[in-house]
Each structure stands twice: as C-alpha cells, then as structure tokens.
Design a binder for this molecule. Structure first.
Ligand code: NDP
Length: 491
C-alpha cells in the first residue's frame, strides 16, 4: 500500500518576500512521478507577474548590494543552516516532486544546496578588486553586481540548481528571479521561505512558476541583466538568441553524452561502481552522465560480468522507500521518450544485455518506472550512442588503444564531462588533457564539490557554476584610472 500520498494546497508565486496569486489566475498541476497523481496546483506566472517580480527585485537590490559582503554572507550562512535543519523535509519534497530516491536526496540535493550557500556565504566578503601602478598613476578594479539576474532551472536537481544559481548571485549583491522547471516547482518555493526566515530582504529572491513562456518573459525582459539556464541544448540556443536582443550575459549548463574510459589496468570494481553512478543515479537523469562507457577490449568481458551482476541487484520502486535504488522517471512523456530510445537501440542492432522494460511497481502501477538498461554490440554511429537519452541506459563500447578511444570519445557535439580509470598516472593526466570536455574525473565519476568549477565545452554550455569562477558570471568589472600627475594636453 502507498503510504505517502501527499496532496497539498495550491502553491502561488513568491514575489517581494510573500506569496502572490498569478495575475491572470492560471494554474497548472504538478504530478507525483511515482503515482501519476496530482500533488497540487501551482500558479502560472504571466509576463505581468514577471514585471512585478522585476519591480520587487529592483526596489530591493541597491540596498542589498550596499549592505556589504559580510552581512550578505551571514544571511546566506543562516539559510544554509536552515536547509540542513530541514533536510528531511526538503529531501522528501524533492523525492515526492521529482521521483528521486530518498537515499539520494539528503546529500545530493539538500546537502549540495547547503554546501553551495555556505561556500558563497564565506566568499561574499572576499569580493575584492585589484590595484596596479601604471605610467602616470594607477588603476583599480571594482567588481560590481549586475543588478537583477534570472535563473531558469531543469527538473532533475530542482533545489540544487536553485541554490547553485542563487548563492553566487546573491553573495555578489544581485537580486534573482528564479523559474523552476514546471515539472518540479515545489522546492524552490521552500527555499524562498527559508531565505526569508534567514533574513533575506524582500525582493532579493523571487520565484515565478511556469513553462517556456514564463522563461522567455525573463530572458527577454529589458531590466534583467543576466540569465543562467540549466536545460537542453535547444533551450540554451533559444535563450541565447532571446538574450542577444538585450545583449544580456548568459551562463548555460546544457546536455551531454559523456565518455567514461576504462583502461586494462583499472581497478574494475571501482570502474563498475563509477559507471553505475554515472548511468543509474537519479534514474540516469543527470547531464554529466557517462552514457558511453568505453572499456579496453582485454577487460571488457570481466567488466561486463561485474556490471551486470551489480546492476541486476538494483531495486526499482517507491522513491520514498529507503531500500529503493531506482525511482520513476520524471514524467510519462519522458518515460516514453526513454523507452523509444531503447527500442531504437534494439532496431539499430544493439544487444540489450539487461533491463530496458517498463516496470509496474505494485501499488505504483501508474508510475514512470524503467529498469536500468545495458546495451552491448554497438557502434559509435547508432542513435543511442550519439543522442542524450537522459534515462537509465548505459552503452558499453570497447576499444584497443588510447588514441583511438580519445578520438571516439571526442567525436560528439557535446563536451560536458568525461572520466578515465587507470592506475597509470601519466596516462590518466594525458587522457584528462586530451578529453574535449569541461569536467574530467580520474578514477571516479560525477562528484561535484562546490569548490570545483562546473560547466561544459562545445554545445554543452557556456560559463561555470560553483567555485570562485561563478562570481565572474554574476559581476561586471569596472576599472578606475587615477592620475598622479598633471594633464599634458597638446592644446
Ligand atoms: P529544458 O531545456 O526542457 O528546460 C529547462 C528550463 O528552461 C525549464 O525551466 C523550461 O521551462 C525552460 N524553458 C524552456 N524553453 C524555454 C525558452 N524558450 N526560454 C526560456 N526558458 C525556457 O530542460 P529539462 O528541464 O528537460 O532538463 C533536462 C535537460 O537539462 C537535459 O538536456 C540535461 O542534460 C540538461 N541539464 C544540464 C545540466 C548541466 O549542468 N549542464 C544539469 C541538469 C540538466 P519548463 O520546463 O517549465 O517548460
């Protein structure tokens, strides 16, 4: 029997530090991906509501910027602590709205969001320019906030994405208007409440809910200085085109089809663990996932045997059950898209070694569950090896030598991430150097400590999140020249 049916009251928009109804009274439903049931209705923001959020942000931002980094940092640190205090509640909310297993959400979602707020809380007061003498005087630089920034999120890490975007933006003295993906609207509102409780001034963090139209209203808004999007490549291009009209800065965290390369000297148990993390965590709905697993031909059978044995044990089921490894995919539509890719893989000659079917979990028959799938006998041109599936589908490929595997690994329009498993330290770094990807893991996969810059190359995106580098994306740099002598004008 289901024990977590969790219907809630309508949710509104969060503008100017309080809940506000949508101006035209529209609502949309948010569904529980494990059951297909409606969790609640959510107010849909119109362009008029986006205007109201911009006005609230514009009223509040100058004072927030003037307040100083240490004071801003104190508020962000309080918010981080509140997230930790409410970890259980927030983790359940993420699992309920997004179908993510409850074994994942306390750390990967709530913990990651809290770490990010803490990191930027600490950085906020170290926000300095530089001084340099030059002939005739000196100059100094002033990093300044941009003003009002928009964050637009994907549905796979709703709270984490809201924190990864808002923490550096707010630490640097900006206001943010955040739009969650319409499939996962809940946790950003809870974050807004906790920011409020931590003492964040009204108007500094606003949440507008809705679909692409609401996102476009933000991207096209003349008073918004910057847009940070996490989403698909096509959405990234649309956002960049819209942002071009106002010459807004963009940070784009987009899709991927990342390689994991396992050499013959690798610790195979670790490599298998990493391949599973990089394909089945969050049901495979992770942008950096290592969906192309290249294993040296001499160890491929041994690798496959361990991989199949461990994957066969994964338990698909209720995301709120702590024994569950694999929850439902985000929506019925997305499940169908993943199942279509699995069919296509078979039709094009791939051999499905394991899984790949829809699962009807007892008590959750309408949930969007798909068994983790492992494909073999593939070639690099098959659709499932080239396109981002965003589901629990692992492609096993074999290789003979380093040059060959690097060429194949890099033969993609994406460039988000990659991984290498080897005990040869020189080879490890050589491969890391030569992978055309923004993030490379040596002997691990998908770890994203907040200190480490995160972002892709090529069509996987522009800019970095996390680390001090993120500040650069939420600031503009003013240079001030100071003369120390007379003005020698020739007239
Ligand atoms: P989408 O691109 O469909 O949506 C992302 C967000 O953009 C949503 O909030 C969406 O609104 C909004 N949006 C859609 N169209 C527009 C538009 N024209 N203008 C402004 N906003 C718009 O991505 P998904 O939510 O489906 O997420 C999955 C994708 O995200 C995958 O490709 C994945 O690789 C990528 N991703 C990248 C990450 C990274 O850091 N590199 C991390 C996580 C995911 P709505 O959905 O409400 O209609």
């Amino acid at each position: 029997m289901r024990h977590h049916t969790d219907q809630r009251d309508d949710l509104l928009l969060w503008i100017g530090g309080r809940y506000t109804s949508a101006s035209d009274g529209n609502f949309f439903d948010t569904l529980n991906p494990a059951t297909g049931e409606v969790i609640c209705r959510v107010a849909e923001a119109s362009a008029e509501d986006v205007d109201l959020a911009v006005e609230a942000a514009a009223r509040a931002q100058p004072e927030w910027a003037a307040m100083g980094g240490a004071a801003r940092g104190r508020i962000l640190a309080r918010a981080a602590q509140l997230l930790r205090d409410h970890c259980d509640e927030l983790a359940r909310l993420e699992s309920l709205d997004g179908g993510k297993p409850l074994v994942e959400t306390p750390e990967a979602d709530v913990g990651s969001a809290a770490n990010c707020l803490e990191f930027f809380a600490g950085q906020a007061s170290s926000f300095a320019g530089k001084y340099q003498p030059v002939p005739g005087g000196f100059f100094y630089t002033r990093p300044e906030p941009l003003g009002i920034c928009a964050g637009i999120g994907a549905w796979n890490y709703p709270l984490q994405i809201a924190a990864w975007k808002s923490a550096p933006a707010l630490a640097a003295g900006n206001a943010m208007i955040f739009k969650p993906a319409e499939l996962t609207p809940l946790s950003a509102l809870r974050l807004a409440e906790l920011f409020h409780e931590a003492g964040l001034p009204d108007g500094i963090f606003n949440v507008v809910q809705g679909f692409a139209e609401t996102g476009r209203a933000l991207t096209r808004h003349p008073r918004i200085a910057k847009v940070s999007l996490t989403g698909e490549v096509g959405t990234g291009k649309a956002v960049m085109r819209d942002a071009a009209e106002g010459l807004k800065a963009v940070t784009l965290e987009l899709g991927g089809k990342s390689p994991l390369i396992v050499f013959e000297d690798a610790d195979l148990d670790n490599a298998v663990g990493a391949a599973m993390l990089g394909n089945f965590y969050t049901q495979g709905q992770i942008c950096t996932n290592s969906t192309r697993v290249f294993v040296h031909e001499s160890v491929k059978d041994a690798f496959a045997e361990k991989l199949l044995a461990r994957t066969a044990k994964l338990k698909v089921g209720d995301p709120l059950d702590l024994d569950t490894d694999v929850g439902p995919l985000i929506s019925a539509e997305h499940m169908q898209s993943v199942l279509n890719y699995i069919d296509k893989g078979r039709q094009e000659g791939g051999k499905l070694l394991l899984g790949g079917g829809r699962v009807r979990v007892p008590g959750f028959e309408e949930g969007n569950f798909v068994e983790p799938a492992i494909f073999d006998s593939l070639d690099d041109n098959m659709t499932i090896v080239r396109e981002e599936i965003f589901g629990p589908v692992l492609s096993l490929l074999s290789f003979r030598n380093e040059d060959e595997v690097l060429a194949r690994a890099n033969d993609t329009a994406f460039g988000l991430a990659g991984g290498v498993f080897t005990r040869d330290i020189q080879r490890a770094h050589r491969v890391a150097d030569n992978l055309d990807a923004g993030i490379v893991w040596i002997n691990h996969y998908n770890l994203t400590p907040v200190e480490m810059p995160f972002g892709g190359f090529k069509q996987s995106g522009i800019g970095k999140e996390n680390s001090r580098r993120a500040f650069e994306h939420y600031t503009r740099l003013k240079t001030v020249y100071v003369a120390q002598g007379d003005v020698e004008a020739p007239y």
